[in-house]
Structures are given as C-alpha cells and as structure tokens.
Design a protein around this ligand. Sequence first.
Ligand code: BJW
Ligand code: ZN
Length: 261
Amino acid sequence: MLTNNGFPSMSNLGTTIDFSPTLVNRIAQAPSILFLTGAGVSAESGVATFRAADGLWSKFRPEELANVDAFLANPQMVWEWYQSRREVVLNARPNAGHYAMAAFEGVIPETTVITQNIDGLHQEAGSRDVVELHGNIRKNFCQGCGKRYDDVDFLTEQLVQQCGDCGGMIRPDVVWFGELLPQQAIARAEFLARKAHVIFSVGTSSLVWPAAGIPLIGLEAGAYIVEVNPDPTPLTNHAHESIRGTSGDVLPRLLERVVGS
Ligand code: BJW
Ligand code: ZN
C-alpha cells in the first residue's frame, strides 16, 4: 500500500477503474513521463477553475482582467482581483492528484510536471521538476522596468504597489493573454514533449495556446497520450485514451495499479 508522500491510503478507495493493460505497461516501461496540468488539478484543493459554469470567467471577463491593457487601464481593479486569488491560493493545500503526480517520481525518475497553474501546489506536494508556463501568483515584478519583487510579501497590500526604482506599477508574475510565455519554460516543455514516452493532459480544457499544443508535439514524436478529465476537450479526439474522472481520484489509483503491476 502506498501511503508515502502524504497522499491517502488506497484501501479506502471505492469502485475500481479498469485501466487498460496497454496504459499500465506503457507507464511501467517508460523511461520518462510528463504531466501537463491545468486548473482542474487544483479544483479539489478549492482553487476555482476558469471556464466552468461557476468558474472565474463566469464572474469576471478575461479581457477585463487577464491582459496588460486591462492592468494599465485599471491597475487597482486587477491588483485587487489577484490579491483575492492570492489569499485563496496561500490557504490551499495540495490534493491527492498533486501527491500522486509527485509520487510517480518514485516509480519513473524522469517524471516532469508542466503546469499552466500559478498556485505552486505541485511544488508543495513534492514534485521536484515543475515547469511553470504561466508564471506564479506568489511572485511579482515591475511592469515599468521589469525589476523582480519575488521575495516581497504584498499579501496585505490593498493598493497597487509602486516600484522603488522607477515608480512603475508592480504586477503579479503571471502570463496574460497576448503576452509571451517565459521562453525557457516553453522551450523546455516542447523539448520534454518530444522525448516523453507517455504524456498525461490533466485538468485542462486544452483551449489556451501554446500550452494546448504540448501533447500534440508529443503525439507527433510518438508519445502515448492520455487525458484525465471529467469532460471531453479538443484534445480528446487526438488522445490514445481519455479517462473520465477527477485527477484526485484517477491518479492515485493509476499509481497504485502501476506499482502493483
Ligand atoms: C478537472 C477537475 C478535476 C475540473 N480533475 N479535471 C493559437 C490559436 C488561437 C489563439 C492563440 C494561439 N496562440 C496564441 C493564441 C492566443 C492566446 C490563446 O490561447 N487564446 C485562446 C483562448 C483562443 N494565447 C496567448 O495569448 C498566450 N500567449 C501567446 O501565445 O503569446 C504569443 C502570441 C500572442 C498573441 C497572438 C499570438 C501569439 C498566453 C496565454 C496566457 C493564459 N493566461 C491565463 C491567465 C493566467 C493568470 C491568471 O491565473 O489569472 O492562464 S488564461 C487561463 O487559461 C489561465 C490558465 O492557465 C489557462 C488554461 O486554463 P485551464 O487550466 O485549462 O483551465 P480551464 O478552467 O479552462 O479548464 C479546467 C479543466 O479542468 C476543464 O476541462 C474541466 O473539465 C477540468 N476539471 N475539475 C480533473 N477535479
Ligand atoms: Zn520599476
């Protein structure tokens, strides 16, 4: 039984999932696997997703909040929105899905997590190799001169902060629509996708690019593509397998199945 790394004992799990032998064998023999994750992975930690009926974008329009023009036009509004989300993230804890992905490292040492999430929960769960495509809400930088403010805790600041060097506005270190992804992160993600033997797309709607293209790059290079999501996405028709369920439910069971194989 696997109870290391903090994720729950499998003995209490209810109905079984019949994972395909092909999938189990592929994972057991894979020199490297890759998890591409999205907001759904943190849903079971209480962090809202974006595009669900009750998700963030149902209450707030992305074009008003998640792009640089919105920030320049109304910095205070955007700052407050991120402050409220920071509070949620800092109070959230990793869930069984995060812990299972971290524990896969004990089975396949070359396990990488490429995440669109900005909450840092994969690292908190113990994943050692995490590539953040869309930044990290815990960090900040100056919109004017780029100076980093990573170690400054702005959590209690209600007003948008100004840079001590240039007087510019300080913003969260997240990637907004129309902005380039951190070049090193996307380059490494594409490199890893080309060499991974199994790629999991977990908890993402596969709508936002270039992240949505990562499994497709892997597919072209010969990887076995597996989607874990309660709902279909544009990736579904390209994936070798789609497992309909939540990451916190499916991934610990899959890990146990692979370890027991
Ligand atoms: C569960 C679950 C459970 C629920 N378990 N699952 C090519 C074609 C078309 C457009 C473009 C393109 N290339 C670039 C673009 C433009 C744009 C884009 O993709 N637009 C599309 C939306 C049309 N991309 C960009 O602008 C990117 N920049 C860029 O490409 O620069 C160069 C360029 C610029 C302009 C033109 C061309 C090139 C930047 C993208 C930045 C995205 N930023 C955000 C906000 C981050 C900050 C913040 O948090 O506020 O990132 S948007 C938002 O979406 C966030 C997420 O990371 C991202 C993805 O969302 P995700 O994670 O998939 O969440 P949801 O809510 O959509 O889905 C959750 C899923 O989980 C669902 O499927 C559920 O079913 C499932 N689920 N519970 C498992 N328990
Ligand atoms: Zn500055």
